[in-house]
Design a protein around this ligand. Structure first.
Ligand code: NAX
Length: 326
């Protein structure tokens, strides 16, 4: 058996974590031969609820769960962490402006970035799920100058999976028949779900569906799926968000399949003309625990316009918290 790895999860008493923790502990994320130690962070008022979650984790008697640590102090929860899933965030409260939300989260993610910098493994892989995820990841990254900036990522895998499901439904295919889906940009309603490179059973997806469906149905449905789930369920996506976080870390750690790629929001290196440094969702392949942005794709005018809209939104979010970035 391998040595256990340390997986820190924030917002551990929340609804996404209620699905996520059990799947990590069962081996869905890092493999059925990889023991894990869960290091769970919550705010002080949620520590009792978190103790209840830990009781349930114990009661599952997961063979791979080598330990559980709980804390309301980031320096304890992130100590020597190999993976950090930053799920907890401040939700938008009544009367809160977008700017207030950005600032409240900037405060949380700057503290957590500093703590990761101080105590996490030097190779820690960070996934930010808590919204606004891309900008929260940027804030954490900037506050962790001693860690590899490339190891700070944000989640657009849920959007990627939603796009696969919509295209599969329309073409009568299975999601596993589809390759090379892309989500560009921000995890928000400006994201650009792009099927121009996608194939379904080897055929170009764009030739299989009406252009009008793609532009006026597929794109807005994927962009607005989170809101549709809140409307139907009375609560935001949780199990699907947890599943996508599992997919994101699993593929980053263990690799993407040959001939396919996934979408991850990662620090832009200037690829496709996207401003360097923004945490922007690109198509990436993963191998040996590292990711590479897919290069050389043709970008037509339709795509370029949408890629720029979501880039601008990320620039605005960043400029809104610029005074809090070191
Ligand atoms: P919940 O409100 O159920 O849980 C969040 C938990 O985080 C709470 O238990 C809270 O006490 C805790 N928390 C708040 N501040 C914290 C801090 N400073 N340190 C540690 N814990 C803290 O929300 P949930 O439904 O689990 O969603 C969590 C986040 O994921 C939200 O920001 C949500 O908007 C975001 N989402 C992101 C998605 C993505 O694709 N990137 C999709 C799903 C989800 O909407």
């Amino acid at each position: 058996m391998k040595n256990p790895v340390r997986v820190a999860v924030t917002g551990a008493a929340g609804q996404i974590s209620y699905s996520l923790l059990f799947r990590i502990a069962s081996g869905d994320m890092l493999g059925k031969d990889q023991p894990v130690i869960l290091q769970l962070l919550e705010i002080t008022p949620a520590m009792d609820a978190l103790r209840g979650v830990v009781m349930e984790l114990e009661d599952c008697a997961f063979p791979l769960l080598a330990g559980v640590v709980i804390s309301d102090k980031p320096e304890e929860a992130f100590a020597q962490a190999d993976y950090a899933l930053l799920v907890g965030a401040r939700p938008r409260g009544p009367g809160m402006e977008r700017k207030d939300l950005l600032e409240a989260n900037a405060a949380i993610f700057s503290v957590q970035g500093k703590a990761l910098n101080a105590v996490a493994s030097r190779q820690v892989k960070v996934l930010v799920v808590g919204n606004p995820a891309n900008t929260n990841a940027l804030i954490a990254q900037r506050n962790a100058p001693d860690l590899d900036p490339r190891n700070f990522t944000a989640m657009t895998r849920l959007d990627h999976n939603r796009a696969l499901a919509q295209l599969a439904g329309k073409t009568g295919a299975a999601t596993t028949d589809i390759r090379q889906m892309i989500i560009w940009g921000n995890h928000s309603a400006t994201q650009y779900p792009d099927i121009s490179q996608a194939t379904v059973k080897g055929d170009a997806a764009a030739a299989l569906v009406p252009r009008d469906w793609y532009e006026t149905d597929f794109i807005p449905t994927v962009q607005q799926r989170g809101a549709a789930i809140i409307k139907a369920r009375g609560a935001s996506s949780a199990a699907s968000a947890a599943g996508s976080a599992i997919d994101h870390i699993r593929d980053w750690a263990l690799g993407t399949p040959d001939g396919d790629w996934v979408s991850m929001a990662v620090p832009s290196d200037g690829s496709y003309g996207i401003e360097k440094g923004l945490i922007y969702s690109f198509p990436v392949t993963c191998k040996n625990g590292d990711y590479t942005i897919v290069q050389g794709l043709d970008i037509d005018t339709f795509s370029r316009e949408r890629m720029t809209v979501t880039e601008r939104e990320l620039q605005e979010e960043r400029d809104g918290v610029a005074h809090l970035l070191p």
